[in-house]
Design a protein around this ligand. Structure first.
Ligand SMILES: [Zn+2]
Length: 368
């Protein structure tokens, strides 16, 4: 063997050796970072605690999956079980108001007071709790209803041990890779635009399309989706925008219909802006283009293209990629023919769902 070949061989074996070492290191790291541990592992740790230095092992169980964890996040609300066994916990996330409703059901008496709750952080304190009781006439049991005013939007996971419930609070992106805010434009006494015959108002069409879109997004567990409204109520622009900015949405989609004094104006249009935070390389413009492409192809409407419109409040102040889609013109009879048909609104929702999927493909591609 030549010296050159020998050297090459030596280099190769070094590479193999380091790869093996590196790989095993990664596996060890991976095991360390896992939160969920088996009961066996816990027992090992417990017996270690008995024989050696004390190890602080708390056994929490995920209330919905039954999985055991030995550690939960830094941010949580602890609610005492008050030594009762057959009680049930339910939570409702009222994220638009940053309110979390925690219900402890099946109580024989009004046993709770606000002191039964402990927060892991000072930001959420006892002033931000309200407590009410509901009495169930059939079961003759009480339900304690706590309402917490939180400082942000959180994803909650409930854990329990023998003494307490723990509601862990995490930022959406700590739990989900893909976070979306979907906004049905207008609502309540803000009707938006209307058809020429006044039989249809924009707020209803927007909501209908968003509710159809929700059905599709609900099937997809990879997405965490927040909706600015899911019924006919007035929502101001600021809370819509704040939601998207606070959850640091990957995509902010606002669904609207257009109107014009020129009845010949028709087609699908996308409005966009330049996000104030330019950390991502996927732009509002790209998102708006994808939305217009998908919607106009599906509804067979004219492609009007995309327009930069930073004077629109939710667009101009968005820190995340935002697309405001104008599905069609309610002032145009041809477009209105399409929009007034319920099946077409489902088709529009499917098109927006495809647009979201495509946008995430492009976001992934744009990642370094
Ligand atoms: Zn509108």
């Amino acid at each position: 063997m030549h010296e050159k070949q020998l050297r090459a061989l030596a280099t190769k074996s070094f590479v193999v050796m380091f790869t093996v070492i590196g790989f095993s290191f990664c596996i060890t790291k991976y095991n360390d970072s896992k939160i969920y541990v088996s009961a066996e592992h816990l027992n090992e740790q417990l017996s270690a605690a008995l024989t050696n230095e004390p190890v602080d092992v708390k056994q929490y169980t995920n209330s919905s999956t039954g999985e055991i964890v030995n550690e939960i996040g830094d941010n949580y609300i602890k609610v005492s079980k008050n030594s009762m066994n057959d009680i049930q916990i339910k939570i409702k996330d009222n994220y638009m108001e940053r309110k979390l409703i925690v219900m402890i059901d099946n109580l024989d008496e009004k046993i709770y007071d606000k002191q039964a709750v402990i927060f892991s952080r000072e930001e959420i304190n006892v002033d931000k709790i309200s407590l009410n009781y509901k009495f169930n006439e059939e079961t003759l049991k009480y339900c304690a209803v706590f309402e917490f005013t939180l400082d942000n939007v959180y994803v909650q996971t409930i854990y329990e041990d023998t003494e307490d419930f723990y509601i862990e609070l995490k930022n959406p992106h700590e739990v989900y890779d893909k976070v979306i805010v979907v906004d049905a434009g207008h609502g309540g006494n803000d009707i938006g635009t209307a058809s020429n015959n006044k039989r249809f108002v924009e707020k209803d069409i927007n909501l209908n399309v968003v509710l159809e879109l929700k059905k599709l997004l609900d099937e997809d567990s990879t997405y965490k989706v927040y909706y600015t409204r899911l019924n006919d109520k007035k929502v101001y622009l600021k809370p819509r925008l704040n939601l998207a900015n606070e959850v640091d949405a990957d995509l902010f989609l606002s669904v609207h219909c257009n109107g014009s004094e020129y009845i010949s104006a028709k087609g699908t249009e996308g409005l966009y802006g330049s996000p104030k935070d330019t950390s991502g390389s996927f732009t509002s413009k790209q998102f708006a283009e994808i939305c217009v492409e998908e919607v106009s192809a599906a509804l067979k409407t004219r492609v009007r293209g995309v327009i930069k419109k930073e004077d629109i409040y939710i667009i101009g102040n968005s820190k995340v990629p935002v697309s405001l889609v104008e599905l069609g013109f309610m002032s145009n009879n041809e477009d209105m023919e399409i929009l007034s048909n319920k099946d077409n609104r489902t088709v529009a929702a499917m098109a927006l769902y495809r647009a979201i999927n495509r946008a995430f493909e492009e976001i992934d591609e744009a990642k370094p």
